[in-house]
Design a protein around this ligand. Structure first.
Ligand SMILES: *Cc1c(COP(=O)(O)O)cnc(C)c1O
Length: 384
């Protein structure tokens, strides 16, 4: 059996251990500390660059925690509704339920596979008609690193005065009209789980517009402890802060972030080139025109059985046969049993993509010969 090719593996740049050692040497083996501060600062600089924008990053124990705190700070509470992209990972929607609110799922559009701004507006109008209230927040997701129709989504949100919480967990390094994903919403969640663009072994961050909001996030992330010499609590808090050890890994990863994004984009470009001529197989690319710059976290293909002569599942099994890991696209939330009672505004896009789509190995350590092994399986199935 040939060596396994994984979907997406972490890759250490080399300096991670240096920062971890520093934490040990100075006995900062606790939540918070110098690595956390430095990692947050590095992320702020990375996200805003030379745009003159101001953002404040709070490093947390996971991307899910970041989305949860974002909803909390937007005032989402029991009885509220929150619009969420249906085509996503469950972690986009679960925190809505943590807050006692109800997710309202909205389908995707073909160009970006992200939230359809036209359906979004229909959903908002219909919720207003049916419940007499507007949704409390909108959670679009930049899936597989692809920035969505951000301009139109923000326009609809602005028209109704509903704040946007970006789920940018997969989109670190992606940009829309020259601005980094994670800087568009009132808040944004990032993830540093093991298979994301950079990792802290597990972790996330909340991107805030103001220092005051970042301070609120830190307050809730550290058990909502009031300032008093004793332990005083007037609200329910969480233990969501990142440890100084994990942040040391994150600090080291910041040195290879650009390289990771570049490598994932290279993987995508090679797949697009090599699979270009295979009928019925389409490598998903970003919309043209220069507004969209995906980090191509994972390269995705769709298989049209009519044109290809095989199905997505045939391809997945053929890859597995060659010891190559691949994965169907996210199963939409409106099809998940756990969300079966949630309202859904659909157009068929996410269901079709779930049926036809597959993620190919896309990690930063994928070699040319690995990529060629993947491509050879597709070509063999296609009979060419
Ligand atoms: C990974 C991911 C999250 C959650 O991040 P964790 O750090 O794993 O909690 C949220 N949304 C999306 C779309 C993700 O891919």
């Amino acid at each position: 059996m040939r060596e396994r090719i994984w979907l997406s593996l972490a890759h250490m740049g080399g300096r991670e251990q240096e920062f971890i050692r520093e934490a040990f040497d100075t006995n900062w083996v606790v939540p918070l500390g110098p690595n956390v501060d430095a990692f947050e600062k590095a992320l702020e600089d990375y996200l805003t660059g030379d745009t003159g924008e101001e953002r404040h990053v709070v490093a947390l124990s996971s991307g899910t925690a970041a989305l949860h705190l974002g909803l909390l700070l937007l005032g989402v509470e029991r009885g509220d509704e929150v619009v969420c992209q249906s085509f996503t990972f469950s972690a986009s929607a679960n925190p809505i339920v943590y807050q006692g609110a109800t997710p309202v799922f909205v389908d995707s559009e073909e160009g970006t596979w992200d939230m359809d701004p036209v359906l979004l507006e229909e959903a908002i109008k219909d919720r207003l008609r049916k419940t007499g209230r507007l949704p409390k927040a909108i959670v679009p997701v930049w899936l597989y690193g692809m920035p969505g129709r951000i301009g139109e989504i923000l326009e609809v949100a602005g028209r109704y005065g509903i704040p946007v919480l970006e789920d940018s967990a997969e989109a670190l390094g992606s940009a829309y009209k020259g601005r980094k994903c994670g800087t568009f919403g009132e808040f944004a969640g990032l993830s540093f789980n093991g298979n994301k663009v950079i990792t802290t072994s597990g972790g996330g961050a909340l991107v805030c517009r103001t220092e005051a909001m970042a301070k609120r996030a830190m307050f809730y992330a550290t058990q909502a402890r009031e300032s008093a010499p004793h332990y005083q609590h007037e609200r329910i808090g969480y233990n969501y802060r990142m440890s100084n050890i994990c942040a040391g890994i994150g600090r080291g990863q910041m040195f290879v972030l650009d390289e990771h994004v570049w490598r994932r984009r290279e993987n995508h470009a090679r797949y697009a080139e090599l699979l270009g001529g295979v009928p019925g197989v389409e490598v998903k690319g970003q919309p043209g025109g220069g507004d969209y710059a995906s980090n191509y976290w994972l390269t995705c293909v769709t298989v049209d059985p009519g044109g290809a002569g095989f199905t997505r599942e045939d391809l997945r099994l053929a890859l597995e046969e060659e010891n190559i890991e691949s994965r169907p696209l996210w199963k939409p939330m409106h099809l998940q049993p756990v969300f079966k009672d949630a309202p859904f505004y659909g157009n068929g896009t996410s269901e079709r993509l779930f049926e036809k789509g597959l993620c190919l190995p896309s990690g930063p350590t994928l070699r040319e010969e690995d990529l060629e092994r993947v491509v050879a399986v597709v070509r063999k199935l296609a009979g060419r």
